[in-house]
Ligand binder design. Structure first.
Ligand SMILES: Cc1ncc(COP(=O)(O)O)c(C=O)c1O
Length: 488
């Protein structure tokens, strides 16, 4: 059912909770803080108390997330209408639970699913839950910034050629760095093979509102996608949405799977924040995105004037979400980690993340020119200070060629439950890893749990270890030791 245009101008869940509060109830339900009276004064002194009245539970006014018929169902229908999809689910456990539910809905024990090798760890969790066997397609690498690029149609086709029985393709687009894949091409390939296209669109809830941004996943023909509305719109942390087009998807099964991965006491503040985030996007999504785009255009222009700094733009990669600023100062000898540390410690400029080469700013409609000016001021100062240092030399990185994806001895589920032991890195050659190992850059896992540490992989990773590079995923982060599966 499509909602009427003027309905987008309403907030059914917010209004339902307000109506409940206005009955001034004698409240004997959970939560025990009784709308707002029972919250610690230490906290309410800092933040006020009114918001806590909206932390309620299932009542005849407020509906039930796991079996919605009233205000929550209406809020979900408004999402479906706004994003032009058949069904939307509100999520209170982030895109993490949405990714898990998508994978659970697509492939089971004994079935194959194609997964982009750079998928978020929630995809692995979904595979542990579902028991499906992943086969991997590799993202490109954007050399200039040492980051992960798109998943190409060619790599997906090659993977289908070897694995025509894959039930779905799961990938992230846009990535943390704003890199998108050509999703309409990928949708076509998947559907030709009778497979679903599942998109982790955690970073892309805003893509649908401005023509300067690449196409959103559902517009491009994806069967399901999940968006962290807390990452780029005004929703509270943990608030996400799962969208479904029902042509190829059993929407009831998706709902059932969501029950498996979400609390039976979903938080109403989170759900209300989703209701209100949708209201804002429907009212002025385009202006919101424009604000972020304008700030980023200004930042890029000014950063280009700072000696030694550079910022990724469309000349590096075409399908970029331009509201992400990937900034590097490697030409003046600073790693991303060092740059992030100085920005944070000296200038109170908080970046979203750093890697070996870059820092990343997530710029939203709620940022201001003052924020950007502080970032620019700090970068100018840092450039000046670095210039004064005699030993500031450009960082030069040499990547050994990325090794072959190794033999998968156990599925992620089998590996998760298998007994493991910790051995020295020297002893790990030829063993089956019990952990993921992903050196930076570009942070693409070289080994997943259940995969064999082949000689090629061991040699490749040893280069990173010798270089003292950051190793993501492994328990000690340095590869002094590694966890391997016993008895295989
Ligand atoms: C690509 C990607 N997918 C999924 C997630 C998980 O999202 P959430 O924090 O909403 O659970 C993240 C979190 O950073 C992410 O970057």
């Amino acid at each position: 059912m499509k909602a009427e245009k003027e309905q987008q101008n309403t907030t059914p869940l917010l209004d339902a909770i307000t109506a409940l509060i206005e009955t001034k109830p004698a409240y004997f339900r959970i939560p025990g803080h009784r709308l707002d009276k029972g919250i610690s004064k230490r906290w309410t002194d800092k933040v006020g108390s009114e918001i806590f009245a909206y932390d309620v539970t299932e009542t005849p006014f407020t509906d039930d997330l796991h079996s919605p018929e009233g205000a929550i169902l209406q809020a979900e229908k408004l999402y479906a209408d706004l994003y032009q999809v058949d069904k939307s689910f509100l999520l209170v456990n982030g895109t993490t639970c949405g990714n898990e539910a998508m994978i659970l809905s697509a492939a089971h024990e004994g079935e194959k699913i194609m997964v982009a090798r750079n998928a978020h760890k929630s995809a692995m969790m979904g595979l542990v839950l579902s028991g499906a066997t992943p086969v991997y397609c590799m993202p490109e690498i954007i050399d200039e910034f040492g980051i992960q690029g798109e998943i190409t149609k060619e790599s997906v086709e090659a993977c289908f050629l070897k694995n025509p029985d894959c039930k779905a393709l799961f990938l992230v687009s846009p990535s943390y760095y704003g890199v998108t894949s050509k999703l309409s091409e990928l949708a076509e390939v998947c559907h030709e093979h009778g497979a679903l296209l599942l998109v982790d669109e955690a970073h892309g809830g805003h893509m649908y509102f401005h023509e300067a941004l690449p196409q959103g996943a559902m517009e491009a023909g994806a069967d399901m996608c999940v968006q962290s509305m807390h990452k780029v719109t005004g929703a509270l942390t943990q608030s996400s949405v799962l969208h479904v087009n029902t042509k190829r998807t059993d929407v009831e099964q998706v709902g059932k799977n969501l029950q498996l991965v979400q609390s039976t006491s979903p938080n109403y503040l989170l759900m209300t924040s989703l209701d209100c985030a949708r209201y804002e996007l429907a009212g002025h999504g385009k202006e919101m995105v424009q604000q972020a785009l304008d700030l980023c255009a200004y930042a890029r222009k000014e950063l280009a004037k700072i000696e030694g700094f550079c910022c990724m733009d469309e000349s590096t990669f075409e399908g970029l979400d331009l509201t992400r600023l990937v900034i590097s100062a490697k030409k003046i000898g600073l790693s991303g980690f060092e740059l992030e540390e100085i920005l944070f410690q000296k200038y109170a400029v908080n970046m979203e993340l750093a890697d070996e080469e870059n820092v990343l700013a997530v710029v939203t409609y709620a940022n201001t020119k003052e924020d950007i000016d502080r970032l620019l001021f700090a970068c100018k100062e840092i450039a000046r200070t670095q210039k004064e240092k005699e030993n500031a030399k450009p960082l030069v990185r040499q990547y050994p060629p990325f090794p072959q994806i190794p033999e998968q001895v156990l599925t992620p589920r089998q590996a998760y439950f298998a007994e493991f032991e910790e051995v020295s890195w020297e002893e790990a050659k030829g063993r089956v890893s019990a952990e993921m190992i992903a050196p930076y850059p570009p942070g693409i896992p070289v080994v997943y749990a259940g995969e064999r540490i082949t000689e090629e992989i061991w040699n490749y990773l040893t280069c990173f270890k010798k270089d003292n590079r950051h190793i993501h995923g492994s328990k000690d982060g340095k590869l002094e030791t590694v966890r391997v599966i016993k008895h295989v």
